[in-house]
Design a protein around this ligand. Structure first.
Ligand SMILES: Cc1ncc(COP(=O)(O)O)c(C=O)c1O
Length: 370
């Protein structure tokens, strides 16, 4: 028996987007624009930051497992406490879902071109991971439904999807849900919910509460506190009670929980975040068009840019890196010919567009991508 199971030995550790300090050192640059990880370009919610200090003197006390945040969320959404979970980011909760519900012979089903963090988690359990190609950079829900077998245990759907930024509608989901047996758990990852919620086509999963759906949301994006690691989930109490059995007893941390509760009250920051994103979204769509680049219309805080090949994508990525603009290549997401850029502040967006203006002339773009 090997020490390391083969399904772990064959994994690659998760590679986050390049970090600012890394690029500063590598290329001797001072000003870096990081548009690689869909972080909030305005920084953290000021209310979240302001809430931290009052907990410093209590850091010798163990946290209460997210109870305070669960209570706040239960009240806000008119749910029972037993329908709410809090965790170390929404990925922390995803990890608990995998641990709580997957058995060796189970299958996990999702799309190609979706959140790499989920692929990493699903593969780490060693069960079969079935993926279905995207259709026009969107989830092909009928094709996913057609892959359900007696072994399917979990279906993962991100709405909006990362890295495409696309959504599926309520009708799309209802048609799909009607084909999913009741014993199959659907993870509905709404990490970018706040950016999409005002699109009338977007189905807010909290308005339709199905027994086999778990909704996941996060404070990492629109509230800007990714560094604290705090996310939450809503589901039937049978699902939540079993997740609570496998969750680390003291996640989330005291500071993460406090910041999450405070962030929920920061309506001013949320409004500014959404406004900045809308302005940036329009600006970049038009700038990309002028540069001859196609983008996929987005309902999130980033754009997917399809190119003609992986080599073209990597040349653009490298060229921008040397100018101090970090964006995301997407081979690990299964889309090697694409790039993803986070929508930034006007200043950051200007730097990105200026960088592209410098880099693109030396990149042989095939017709079709221009
Ligand atoms: C679709 C999706 N889900 C989940 C996450 C992770 O969120 P968290 O920071 O809450 O773990 C991300 C982060 O990029 C994401 O894009």
């Amino acid at each position: 028996m090997p020490l390391v199971p083969p399904y772990i030995a064959s994994l690659e550790p998760y590679k986050p987007g390049k970090q600012t300090a890394e690029i500063q050192k590598e290329f001797g640059l001072t000003r870096i624009v990081k548009l690689a990880s869909n972080e909030n370009p305005l920084g953290p919610s000021p209310r979240a930051v302001g809430s931290l200090q009052q907990y410093y003197s209590q850091l010798h006390i163990y946290p209460n497992g997210g109870l305070d945040l669960r209570e706040v969320l239960a009240q806000r959404y008119r749910l029972k406490l037993g329908n709410v979970i809090a965790g170390n980011g929404s990925e922390g909760i995803m990890s608990n879902i995998i641990r709580a519900f997957l058995c060796d012979e189970d299958e996990v089903l999702t799309s190609e071109g979706t959140f790499v963090g989920f692929y990493v988690l699903a593969r780490s359990r060693g069960t079969k991971l079935v993926t279905v190609p995207l259709k026009d950079y969107r989830y092909d829900l009928p094709a996913i439904a057609s892959k359900i077998t007696d072994h399917t245990k979990i279906i993962y759907l991100a709405n909006p999807n990362n890295p495409t930024g696309t959504i599926f509608t309520r009708k799309d989901f209802d048609d799909f849900w009607g084909r999913v047996p009741a014993h199959v758990l659907i993870i509905l990852d709404e990490a970018y919910f706040e950016y999409a919620k005002d699109n009338p086509e977007f189905p807010d999963s909290m308005r339709y509460r199905y027994d086999n759906v778990i909704t996941l949301r996060t404070f990492s994006k629109a509230y800007g506190i990714a560094g604290l690691r705090i996310g939450y989930g809503f589901a039937h109490d049978v699902l939540i009670s079993n997740l609570l059995k496998v969750k680390l007893p003291f996640e989330p941390s005291t500071l993460a929980q406090a910041a999450g509760i405070a962030a929920l009250t920061d309506t001013e920051f949320l409004a500014k975040t959404l406004e900045t994103n809308e302005t940036g979204k329009r600006f970049l769509a038009s700038a990309f068009r002028d540069l001859g680049l196609t983008v996929v219309p987005t309902d999130a805080n980033f754009y997917l840019i399809p190119l003609d090949s992986e080599s073209t994508a990597l040349q653009i990525y490298d060229g921008l890196l040397r100018l101090g603009v970090i964006i995301r290549p997407l081979a690990s997401f299964g889309l090697p010919h694409c790039l993803r850029v986070t929508i930034g502040t006007q200043d950051q967006n200007d730097r990105l567009v200026e960088g592209l203006r410098q880099v693109l002339p030396s990149v042989p773009l095939a017709t079709g991508s221009r």
